[in-house]
Each structure stands twice: as structure tokens, then as C-alpha cells.
Design a binder for this molecule. Structure first.
Ligand SMILES: CC(C)(COP(=O)(O)OP(=O)(O)OC[C@H]1O[C@@H](n2cnc3c(N)ncnc32)[C@H](O)[C@@H]1OP(=O)(O)O)[C@@H](O)C(=O)NCCC(=O)NCCS
Length: 249
């Protein structure tokens, strides 16, 4: 499974980015103005050393892109200590894999789309502005105000929306595919609509859709162990650790 995941991580950013090889690391630089990418170990078998990380940070600063690194701990275990000694802070995110037989029944108001309606970016941005799983104030009024200037975007991915009668889109998520592997990301629920099962439901809908379309491995990285519980409830199990590094404050 780790080899399959490495290949996925190496191939999924390529269509939308410019790729630079630097020793044992590869840098993906987002070509458009979307989410900026990161550096990761060269595929296959990259074994970065401290000098690789230091040089890569210089290059990232030179390009004006984030000094961001991502890798799977089980595949490249030495990089954790190296990144810390290079002055990076490393988030160890639970890497979770779907057990297909544990998927819950579909939610009646969640649908999966091959287009990206404006709500996907707007709801995700409001959700990620209130990190963690606690409910909060931001809700439908904030969403609708932000939607006034928003436009649908073209997409290479699949998107799920929880679109409740009389309330509109309250939760969203995205699935990206490379080969037979699908990663679910960008799952977010408006703070006011949390703890109603919607984050779990959009995740489950994307996972079911991926299986129906022939995926053999569906996975995600949870932002914390608390968030991982949301995914456990809909059939994902903790399989490893995704490391996400950025400069320490
Ligand atoms: C993480 C996030 C998507 C969860 O969304 P959500 O819609 O609240 O998720 P769910 O309702 O499915 O689950 C959240 C909790 O509500 C509980 N819950 C689910 N249905 C419920 C219901 N009908 N009534 C009461 N509680 C319920 C779940 O058991 C879970 O409890 P737990 O945290 O104690 O395990 C949301 O908090 C969020 O947008 N956070 C910020 C962005 C983010 O971090 N996204 C994830 C990146 S990996």
C-alpha cells in the first residue's frame, strides 16, 4: 500500500504544476493561482538528507512559494528528524484508509458532482477559517454574502455537497484521483451546521462514488486525532502518518 500511495502523491500534483527535481526531493509549483503545492521525496525511493531540505527551502524562498514539505512517515521515516533539525514544524496527520464494508448508508441530501459549484470554495473557506470540530457562528448569511461575488470553477476532481432543503449547501468535500487511488480532501462544514453528521456524510458519499468508479484504494489525512473520529465513524481506519512540515514560528 505504501508504494501505491507514493506513486499517487508523486503523480496527482503533476497535471497542474511545474515540477523541479532537487537531489532527493521534488518540488511541485502550482502553475495557476490555486492551492500552492509542496516539496516531497523523489519517487521512487527518495532518501532526503539535511542538505537537501536546506537547499529546497532556499529554492522555495527564491520562487516565493511556501516552504512546505509533505511525506508519508512509514515510507520516509528519517525525514521527520531531519525536518525538525532543519527548523521545520511537523504536523503528524493520521493517514486513514477506507474499509469499504464499513461505509454507512447514503445521506438523502448529499450528492456528488463532476462540476465545482461556487459553494464548494465558499463553504470550504468558511469551514477552514474555524478549525477543529466545534460548532461556531459563521453560517448561511456569511456563505450567501461570499457567494455574491463567487463563480463556479472548472475542475479535474469530484465534489460532494450536503444541500439541505431550505438551508442550501452546508458541507462540502473534494476527491482527487490518480490511477485507481482516490484521496478525499477539503472536507468542511459551516461552523453553524456542525455535529449533524454532514462532514461524515460528504466524506462517505465521495468514498462510495470513488468505489463505484473503480477505485481500489480510498484514503485521506485527518487534520488531528479529533477530526479523525469523524472519518472513523464513516468507515476509515488509521493506517499511518502523513507528515506536513512548514517553518516553525
Ligand atoms: C471536521 C469537520 C468537517 C466535521 O464536520 P461535521 O459536519 O461537524 O462532522 P460530523 O457531524 O459528521 O461529526 C462531528 C461530530 O458530531 C457528531 N455527530 C454526528 N452526527 C450527529 C448528530 N446527528 N447529532 C449530534 N452529533 C452528531 C459526530 O459523532 C462527531 O462527534 P465527535 O467529534 O465526538 O467524534 C468540521 O468540523 C470542519 O469543517 N472543521 C474545519 C475544517 C477541517 O478541519 N476539515 C477537516 C480537514 S482534515
Amino acid at each position: 500500500m505504501w508504494d501505491v500511495l507514493e506513486e499517487f502523491y508523486d503523480s496527482v500534483p503533476r497535471p497542474g504544476s511545474h515540477v523541479e527535481d532537487h537531489g532527493e526531493l521534488v518540488l511541485f509549483v502550482q502553475a495557476g493561482d490555486g492551492y500552492p503545492y509542496y516539496a516531497r521525496p523523489r519517487f521512487p525511493g527518495g532518501r532526503p538528507v539535511l542538505a537537501d531540505v536546506v537547499r529546497m527551502r532556499e529554492r522555495q524562498r527564491e520562487l516565493g512559494v511556501p516552504e512546505a514539505f509533505e511525506w508519508v512517515h512509514e515510507t520516509t521515516p528519517d525525514l521527520l528528524g531531519i525536518a525538525v533539525s532543519a527548523g521545520l514544524e511537523v504536523l503528524r496527520a493520521p493517514l486513514m484508509v477506507l474499509d469499504p464494508e464499513r461505509l454507512p448508508r447514503p445521506h438523502p441530501h448529499v450528492r456528488v458532482l463532476a462540476t465545482r459549484p461556487a459553494e464548494v470554495a465558499v463553504v470550504a473557506e468558511l469551514a477552514f477559517s474555524s478549525p477543529g470540530t466545534a460548532p461556531g457562528q459563521a453560517g448561511v448569511a456569511e456563505r450567501d454574502a461570499a457567494l455574491a461575488g463567487a463563480v463556479p470553477a472548472s475542475t479535474r476532481h469530484r465534489h460532494a455537497v450536503a444541500d439541505l432543503p431550505g438551508e442550501g449547501v452546508l458541507a462540502v468535500g473534494t476527491a482527487q484521483r490518480a490511477g485507481d487511488v482516490v484521496e478525499i480532501a477539503g472536507v468542511g462544514t459551516l461552523p453553524v451546521a456542525r455535529r449533524r453528521g454532514l462532514g461524515g456524510a460528504v466524506t462517505a458519499a465521495l468514498a462510495r462514488d470513488a468505489l463505484e468508479r473503480g477505485a481500489t484504494l480510498v484514503f485521506l489525512s485527518a487534520g488531528s486525532t479529533e477530526i479523525a473520529r469523524v472519518y472513523e465513524r464513516v468507515g476509515f481506519r488509521h493506517a499511518g502518518t502523513a507528515c506536513i512540515a512548514s517553518p516553525a514560528e
